[in-house]
Design a protein. Structure first.
Length: 104
């Protein structure tokens, strides 16, 4: 996304279309329950929010908001972008957290 105005550059919209992803500006929001349960299952297996976000290709704050809320006073997100849900659900529960994976 462009940093100045927080709107995606035209080439980013083209990339989303090529990858079959919805433009976040027009993407549907869905119930966050499935993504939250999957993220919690990953966390129970040793995954941190940064590792989940990096592996899924989403922002760390999206995962934090999903699990804990944006602040201590806010509840966890009730809805999530359809693409974010799909990317989080794509992480295999049997996959070891990045810090446990053999790098050699």
């Amino acid at each position: 996304m462009s940093r100045r105005n927080h709107h995606p550059a035209p080439n980013e919209r083209f990339a989303w279309a090529v990858l079959g992803l919805a433009d976040p500006a027009t993407a549907e929001r869905v119930d966050a329950t499935r993504a939250r349960e999957h993220a919690r299952a990953l966390a129970d297996r040793g995954w941190g929010t940064r590792s989940i976000a990096k592996r899924a290709g989403v922002g760390r704050r999206a995962v934090q908001s999903l699990l804990n809320g944006r602040t201590a006073k806010e509840p966890p997100s009730h809805r999530v972008l359809e693409t974010t849900e799909a990317l989080i659900l794509a992480i295999d529960l049997e996959e070891a957290p990045p810090w446990q994976q053999n790098t050699s």
